[in-house]
Every structure is written in C-alpha cells, then in structure tokens.
Design a protein around this ligand. Structure first.
Ligand code: PBG
Length: 354
C-alpha cells in the first residue's frame, strides 16, 4: 500500500542555471490515492445510465452472432426473457429494440412491416412488458430502413431517387403507434425526416397514447461508424447513401438547429449519435437544453475496440469504460451502448457489489 505520510523529496539538481521553482499549487494532491480520486471524481457511471440495444429476429430459432460485432447477437423473441433477465440483474433496466426481418419475409418500398403489430419488435415489446412490467424501460427504434426493399429510411421517388420526407412521416407514425400499442415506453425515430417528432407526437396523442414519449435521434450524422449495425439489422441502403437526410459531419450549428426543432416539436429527450465523434455536440446540447441528453455509442465504435482488442492492441474493458465516461463527462445523461453488460459489471465491481 502506498505510504501517503512520506513527503516527496526533490533530487538535487545539477547543471541548471537557476533553481527550479517549487510549485505551491499542486493538483496532484487530489490524485494521490484511489479513495482521494474517488472522493473528487466529477463523473459517475452507473448501470442505470445504460441502455442496451437488442436485435430481435423472429425468424431465428436460436441466437445468431453478428460477425462484425463480437458479443452481439440477433435474438429470437423466445430468448429475450433470458437475456433481459441477465442484464436486469446487472442493474441495466433500459433497452432499445430493433427488428430484423428474415430473408424470406418480403420487404416493400414503403416499409409497411415497420408497423406490423405481429412483427418482431411488437412481439418482443408485448412479451417483455408482460414479463417485466414497469421494471424495464422499453424504447423502440422507429425507422423504415429495416423494412423497405431499398434500405432507405423513407420511400424513394421514382425517377429522381429522392427520399420522400412527407410520405415517410405517415409510415413512421403508423410504426410508432404499433410499437406504443405493443408496450413501448418511448419511440425513438432514427430516420432524420423533417417533422417526424411532431408527426409521431400527434399520432400517439390521437391514438390515446399520450403517456408514450418520443425520443428522437435529434442529431444523427451521416456517419461511416454505422457499418456493423447494418449487418446486424439488414438495413443497408441498396443504392446511394443517407446524406440527403442524415446530417453533414462538418456542421455544428445545424446540430443545434435540429435539437431546437425537436424540442419545439415535443421531444421528451434527445439522442445524439455517433458518440465519441460527437463530444462537442453533446457538450453543446447539455448547455442549450434542459431535456435529458442521450449519447449513442454506435456499432462502429464498439467494433473498433473489439477488433483492436482481438489483435492484442487495446484493453477492451478499459477502453469501453473510458469511452463511456467521456460521453458522461461531455454531458450525456444516459448512454446507448453495446458494451452495457460489461460496463455494468465493472461499475458493480467498483462499488463492491460483486
Ligand atoms: C436506423 C438506425 C441506424 C442506427 C440506428 N438506427 C443505422 C443507419 O442509420 O444506417 C445505427 C446504430 C449503430 O450503428 O449502432 N436508421
């Protein structure tokens, strides 16, 4: 154990033209031991801050690992109870649900199946709500890209290939209502169509679902970090990219504008993604709104760490923790992360909860 009572002694100096002045202000005093560092730590990471994404794939008979995301699996509905029970035992109580359709389930240009009351997400929501009641927070990702045959987040105009904003809204709203009816606490539109927060809020209210909240992906950059997710959710665009609806990585003021619009349109909390590339935006959002800010540490961030760790180049648990703490430090209230179970185990061990 370090002996904190021994004062440090300076070695005699030679060869310098003048004596080095001795500091009187010493920030290192607050770093001398683990308990001192804990005493003055400014940022806390607890299991309750974490949201764990689940890929629900009803067509599967057993879990299927996602090759580009080590440790992440597509899950059939019947396995959810077991997985969620394990994660809840670690203190993580919030889940973000994505639906995955099997190859033989037809997709269509409008993504009608996103609003299927018998689809994977609706089935999962009903089961988890029945089994866990108000013990868990269930957030449904609301988007069309996993359900459209072209993989875009809205219908595509014939000829021009434009992604049709206003046509998407009705389909997104129908999906949100189906998810809310199946038991979602929150719907999280990730499409980046203009006006979707208001469209979803109004649709939910009209369907007597005013207790269900809307948590839009308010700032969502057209990021290359989503690659592994598109393997997991079978949602890659079949042509072009998402840059006419997701945000330009070069912009900050645009992010502030998107946040403001979502607040005006009735958002209950705001998601910012990707995570680590957006620390500036998270800090900015924290200053400009009192709504909860949620950072999404996306698939590419997770996979980068796992891939480096598989090569022996990084210590994955330590890096995942540092990333999560950095997002919290920047101002995020909650984090969506594939490392949630790992982070929860670490936090419990640090708190002596075993
Ligand atoms: C669907 C959606 C995406 C992600 C969340 N919802 C993919 C995309 O926009 O292409 C990315 C999540 C991740 O990378 O972990 N629109």
């Amino acid at each position: 154990m370090a002996d904190l009572s021994t004062p440090a002694t300076a070695a005699p100096l030679t060869g310098l033209r003048r004596a080095v002045s001795v500091p009187t202000v010493r920030p290192r005093r607050l770093r001398r031991s683990g308990p001192i560092r804990d005493l003055v730590a400014e940022t806390l990471l607890l299991p309750q801050h974490l949201i764990y994404p689940l890929f629900v794939a009803d067509h599967l008979v057993e879990a299927r690992p996602v090759p580009s995301m080590p440790g992440v699996q597509q899950l059939p509905v019947w396995m959810l109870e077991e997985v969620v029970t394990e994660v809840v035992t670690l203190g993580v109580r919030s889940f973000l649900l994505f639906g995955v359709l099997g190859d033989d389930t037809p997709k269509d240009p409008h993504g009608h199946r996103a609003a299927d009351g018998e689809g994977p997400v609706a089935n999962a929501l009903r089961l988890l709500r029945a089994r866990f009641g108000a013990e868990v927070v269930l957030i449904a990702d609301t988007c069309l890209c996993g359900y459209t045959d072209h993989g875009h987040c809205g219908p595509v105009a014939e000829g021009t290939g434009e992604i049709l904003n206003d046509d998407a809204l009705a389909h997104l709203a129908a999906a949100a209502v189906a998810q809310a009816q199946a038991g979602a606490d929150f719907v999280a539109p990730s499409d980046m169509m203009d006006g979707r927060t208001r469209a979803l809020r109004e649709a939910l209210d009209d369907a007597n679902l005013s207790h269900v909240g809307v948590i839009p992906y308010s700032v969502k950059y057209a990021s290359s970090f989503y690659g592994p997710f598109r393997d997991a959710a079978h949602s890659a665009p079949q042509f072009g990219d998402r840059r006419t609806y997701q945000m330009d990585v070069r912009n900050t003021r645009e992010a502030v504008r998107e946040l403001r619009l979502d607040i005006e349109e009735g958002a209950d909390a705001l998601i910012i993604k990707p995570g680590l590339p957006c620390l500036d935006i998270i800090a900015r959002a924290r200053q400009s709104t009192d709504l909860p800010v949620i950072a999404y540490s996306v698939s590419g961030e997770y996979s980068m760490v796992e891939a480096a760790a598989a090569n022996g180049w990084l210590d994955a648990p330590a890096v995942h923790r540092e990333m999560a703490l950095s997002l919290r430090r920047a101002g995020a209230d909650a984090l969506i992360t594939y490392a949630a179970p790992l982070l929860a185990r670490q936090s419990r061990a640090l708190l002596g909860l075993g």
